[in-house]
Write a protein that binds this ligand. Structure first.
Ligand code: GDP
Ligand code: IMO
Ligand code: MG
Length: 427
């Protein structure tokens, strides 16, 4: 029963889509377990580029069954348009399974996300505006709408009423916005019911039976460790658990079933939205990383903030996820720098610390302590084995591995499926 979790080790956009797609051909199920269409996963197959938001990246491998687990929040209009977009490009999506327990991002949740951010002003989180936070808030407040509610009009109407009762007061009295009509929301949601029906399943049962039958299941995280609601840089985080434990709750699979946890780690660091970022570069090096790495958001089109590799964060990701392996991505982007700084510790108010501080105040004050590693100028995009890499690139990888606390089992040297050096097998 090999069950693998593949997740972001930093602030998202590490290259999870590419890594998942790479494994897609050899796994039976790929499961999204948290988040929603705040994710943007780019997969390059030959001359085709796919941008996936809600669908697991395994959708591009015909032999693989893609699953949207109970822990995901689903915007039905986005799901249906993503499906039809793929169908138009010849991708068969008929095997998709959607948990009946997944919560629905309703139109009022999207509205609430946008107005709440506006209300926060300069204290805003910089959310993707997709309704993620308000939908998870409704789930926790027990006024959420689930996929299964689409199939009982009376229950759906009662639940939408309950959810809007309070929200309409808030919209009108606090945010100065027009109230949202229950009937309109119910009508819109019912309109999705038949279209989604072929996919709705008891995904917990399906996945546990698959594991019993020795099938290979891959859990694909959205976002990243530092965006985790519990373990990330709160409050500048998303509203779910991208960390490894989230795979258990978000898919209904016990922790004893998980055999491998792979952290996707970019060879430098990026972040989208607000919040502390110790190695952030506001100079021409940051601009160069953004340009060479194509660091522009897939979901919102925002420029990503860029900085050098931060080993303190990598070690933290190893710890909170119990990582067994790293997949180091975008090493090719660092080609051309004479020396590459790597953050090994922080200086916080005169103290040197080598682990991520638990205090938000300390993290805001953290200044990176850099070690300089020699760079390389050779093109590495054609490298197929570790020894094909120039010596300094090999040493850079070995140094990162040493600092990060888990073996680097694969290295990305370009966006394509075949632009990968596999060191240890993941299966
Ligand atoms: P995700 O959200 O973690 O799936 O990552 P994104 O797709 O948002 O961002 C990663 C970007 O890097 C995408 O444009 C990928 O095509 C690209 N990418 C992934 N791995 C590599 C790599 O090893 N080298 C290069 N140059 N690009 C890569
Ligand atoms: P992938 O899966 C990078 C960030 C947003 C914001 C914060 C909260 O592509 O790695 P939300 O809309 O989730 O409430 O926003 O989280 N964020 C991401 N940043 N990659 C992502 O997904 C992200 N999903 C959310 O920018 O700072
Ligand atoms: Mg992304």
């Amino acid at each position: 029963m090999p069950a693998l979790v593949l997740l972001g080790a930093q602030w998202g956009d590490e290259g999870k889509g590419k890594a998942t797609d790479l494994l897609g051909g050899s796994v039976d199920y790929v499961v999204r377990y948290q988040g929603g269409n705040n994710a943007g996963h780019t997969v390059v197959v030959g001359d085709q580029t796919y941008a996936l938001h809600l669908l697991p990246s395994g959708i591009l491998s015909p032999e693989c069954t893609p699953v949207i687990g109970n822990g995901v929040v689903v915007d039905p209009s986005v799901l249906l348009s993503e499906l039809s977009g793929l169908n138009e490009r010849g991708v068969d999506t008929s095997k998709l399974l959607l948990s009946g327990n997944a919560h629905i991002i309703t139109p009022y949740n999207v509205t609430m996300d946008k107005v709440a951010e506006r209300f926060l002003g300069k204290r805003k989180i910089g959310t993707t505006g997709r309704g993620i936070g308000p939908t998870y808030a409704d789930k926790i407040n027990r006024v959420g709408i689930r996929v299964q509610d689409l199939y009982d009009e009376s229950i759906l109407t009662q639940k939408v009423e309950a959810a809007l009762d309070f929200k309409n007061q808030l919209l009108a009295k606090v945010y100065n916005r027009r109230a949202i009509a229950v009937d309109q929301v119910v009508e819109e949601l019912l309109g999705y019911a038949d279209k989604l029906a072929p996919y709705v399943a008891d995904t917990v049962l399906v996945l546990n039976e698959a594991l019993e039958a020795d099938k290979v299941v891959l859990f694909e995280g959205g976002q990243g460790t530092l965006l985790d609601i519990d373990h990330g840089t709160y409050p500048f985080v998303t509203s779910s658990n991208p960390t490894a434990g989230g795979a258990c709750t978000g898919a209904g699979v016990g922790p004893t079933k998980i055999s491998r946890v792979i952290g996707i780690l970019k060879a430098y660091t990026t972040r989208v939205g607000s919040g502390p970022f110790p190695t952030e570069l506001l100079d021409e090096d940051g601009e160069a990383l953004r340009r060479i790495g194509g660091e522009r958001g897939v979901t919102t089109g925002r420029d990503r903030r860029c900085g050098w590799f931060d080993a303190v964060i990598a070690r933290y990701a190893t710890r909170v996820n119990g990582l067994t392996d790293f997949f180091l991505t975008k090493l090719d982007v660092l080609t051309g720098w004479e020396q590459i700084p790597v953050c090994t510790a922080y200086e916080i108010d005169g103290r040197r610390v080598s682990e991520l501080p638990y205090s938000q105040t300390d993290f805001h004050h953290a200044k990176p302590v850099y070690e300089m590693l020699p760079g390389w100028s050779e093109d590495i995009t054609k490298a197929k084995t570790f020894t094909d890499l120039p010596k300094n690139a090999q040493d850079y990888v070995k140094a990162l591995e040493e600092m990060s606390g888990a073996p680097i089992s694969a290295i990305g040297v370009g966006p394509g499926r075949d632009e990968t050096i596999q060191i240890n097998s993941f299966l």
